[in-house]
Structures are given as C-alpha cells and as structure tokens.
Ligand binder design. Structure first.
Ligand SMILES: [Mg+2]
Length: 395
C-alpha cells in the first residue's frame, strides 16, 4: 500500500493574515466626462461621478474598486454622495484591521453595518479582491472559482436620441470592428417616435443585433400596444419595460411577449432574483455589481437566475475600467453568459480611469489576466479629475 507522507507546507508570507490586514480604506470622488450625452427614459448624463475606493493592506498592497450610479439617485436609491458617505462612515470602520482575504466574513460585516447600499458594498469588495489578488499574485477570477471564458462579445449603447447621429456612431463602431450588437435606450420619447427611430436603425444596420432598454418607461398598456411592433422589427431583447416594483405585471408582459424580456432594475437582491425567476418576471437577468452588492453575491445571483431557467446578461452602469474589470472577473467564471456583456463604459468616458489592463478587439472585450482585477489605475488622472483629496479611515 502506498503511504502518502504528509508534507509540511512552507509558510508563505503572502498568505499571512497579518500582512493581509486592512490598514486603510479611502474614497475619492472623480468627475469623468462622457464623449456624448447619454439619455435614458428618466435622465440624461454628460459626465459620471465615480467613487473610487482604495484599500491599502498592511503588506502595502493597494486595491481599487468603483462605486457607480447613473445621474445621481435616479437609476436606484444610491448617489455618488451616499456611496461615499456609506463607505467612509459605516463600511470602512467595520473593515479596518481585519484580514482582507476573509471575503465572506467581511461581506457579512458590511451587511450588518448597512442595509442595501449595494453600490457602496460592491465598490469595497472589488477593492478587497484587487488587493488580495495582488498580494497572492492571483487574478480575482481565480479567487472566484477560476476562469472559463477569456472574453465576451461586447454590446454598445446608442443613447443620444438623435437617430442620424446614432446611425453614424453605430456604423463607425461596425467599421472599426468594435461592436456589432447595439442596445438602444428608449422610453424617453413617445413609443411611436421610438418605434420610428428603431425602424431607421434596423434598416441602417442590417447585420447587427438590436436590443432595447426601456428603463421602466412604458405602462403595461403601452407594452401590449407596442411590443408587437418591436417583434416585427426583429428586436432581440427588451429590457425592463415597466416600473421596477411591479413584478406582477412584468410576469404578464413577459408571458405575452415573443421577444425575450430582461429584468434589470426589478431584481437587485438574490432573493428578488429568485422571486422573479419563480414567477417568470423576465426570462433574462441582467447581472450588475451595483445590484448584487459584491462579486460573490453577483455570482450567487447568476446561479439562482440560471437555476430558475433565466438566461444571463452581463450588465453595466457605465463603469470605468475598474468596475468593468471587477464584473469581468465574475463573468469569466460563469458556466454560461448567454447574452455576453455590455461593458462599453470605459469607452463612453472621454478618458478611462485605468492606464492599462483592458483590451477591446474584434467586437470583444478581453478579461484581464493580471493579479487582482488586472488593471492599472491611472492615479494621476483620477486625482486631476477629483473633487478634493482621498478621504478615509486607517488603523
Ligand atoms: Mg438597464
């Protein structure tokens, strides 16, 4: 009989929890201009205020995360101001001094310190994965089960509301082999005007996939009246057509529509994903860190959605390269991401907050492979665009 002799595993300084203790948690408010106006059903943005979180460990490793919203507290309850206040006042104090590698314990501590506030928690957890990954020399994806996918086809959003501009923009993206799938933001204008706009786009972009995001802009009656027109146009997917809190009517809209319906604002917590999946409120789920409150929880949301037969879509909230990398770390470990991803945020910003690490090529975004989130934050640039200095708690 072969006897396996126990081998003493040598001490590895990088796994020493003293070295991985969280020494500082800091936040910076960065105003990042966009290349053009981005119009949704309920807001229009020309710049993004991004809360960058910087976690510094006792070993000197620095991790970054990003707290993102769209146009203040309109897309959801959180605003850049509330994200920053929540991190500085409530989340940082429960993290300082604790080992950063205990992701589950730290997520629990943050949940006890603050209910919901999912964008704030996700920003912090992204920074923890980045710092620990860098300390161990491992990509964040490795800490989440290991990568299955190297990259995804990436969708671009058409959201200026000016159809001639949108056609030109889309043709440019197509010619540059950057994007051939487009998400059109509708719901701001009357439905008949949106359908006319979509008709023009579909005619102008014959080989492209077109999906629409109504951002809660329609009533159930408008869905009944206008979704058949979207089907006629060959629209591939309809995102969050009605108000987020009305999951019951989303069940009806989903059942009537032959075009798949995706739930976005209507399902944040994993329990809400389960409720939506059970009842058929959407057959596609948009995954976002700002909804799940962290990388691990977003992975769980994906599992719960898939267990209910939902297809998965890699959503974004126009994050910079920091947030995009955090999403990709999770997406790359999912068995299937049926609809690919829409992490075009780094390119809608006039300049990204990272200096390197993300590659867009041949209609795809490649998942970063370096330690942590695998991207290099452009500290000098973010400070030049910041509203004040880094603010934070320390041991
Ligand atoms: Mg959406």
């Amino acid at each position: 009989m072969n006897v396996v002799k126990a081998v003493k595993v040598p001490d590895r300084p990088s796994l020493n929890e003293k070295a991985l203790r969280i020494a500082r948690v800091e936040t910076l408010s960065v105003n990042a201009p966009t290349i053009r106006a981005h119009k949704l059903s309920n807001t229009e943005i020309h710049h993004k205020t991004i809360i960058v979180v910087r976690v510094i460990l006792a070993n000197g490793a620095v991790g970054y995360g990003e707290g993102s919203t769209l146009g203040g507290p309109r897309w959801a309850e959180e605003s850049p101001e509330s994200i920053r206040a929540c991190i500085d006042t409530y989340l940082a104090p429960v993290l300082i001094g604790r080992p950063a590698n205990r992701f589950e314990a730290l997520a629990l501590a943050m949940s006890k310190a603050a209910t919901r506030n999912t964008a704030a928690k996700a920003a912090v957890e992204s920074a923890l994965y980045d710092a620990v990954g860098k300390s161990l020399g491992l990509p964040a994806a490795q800490l989440l089960g290991g990568r299955i996918h190297d990259g995804f086809e990436v969708i671009w959003a058409l959201a200026s509301g000016d159809v001639d501009q949108e056609i030109e923009e889309a043709r440019g993206k197509l010619a540059a082999r950057e994007h051939r799938r487009f998400k059109v933001k509708i719901g701001l204008a009357e439905p008949h005007a949106d359908v006319s706009r979509l008709t023009r786009l579909v005619e102008a972009l014959p080989d492209c996939q077109i999906i629409v995001d109504i951002n809660q802009g329609w009533t159930v009656a408008q869905c009944n009246r206008w979704i058949p027109a979207l089907e006629e146009l060959g629209i591939a997917l309809i995102e969050q057509p009605i108000v987020a809190r009305d999951r019951q009517n989303l069940v009806r809209v989903t059942a009537r529509s032959r075009v798949p319906v995706m739930i976005d604002e209507g399902a944040f917590a994993t329990s809400e994903v389960a409720a939506a999946g059970c009842r058929g409120a959407g057959t596609v789920l948009s995954l976002k860190l700002v909804k799940s409150g962290g990388l691990m929880e977003m992975k769980r949301a994906a599992g719960v959605g898939a267990a209910h037969g939902m297809e998965l879509y890699g959503g974004c909230l126009l994050e910079s390269g920091i947030g995009a990398a955090a999403h990709l770390a999770v997406f790359s470990t999912l068995p299937v991401l049926h609809w690919g991803t829409e992490h075009f945020g780094p390119k809608i910003l006039s300049r990204d907050l990272i200096a390197s690490g993300l590659t867009f090529r041949d209609f795809r975004i490649e998942c970063p492979i370096g330690p942590g989130l695998g991207v290099e934050v452009d500290e000098r640039y973010i400070l030049s665009m910041a509203d004040g200095a880094w603010r934070g708690s320390a041991i």
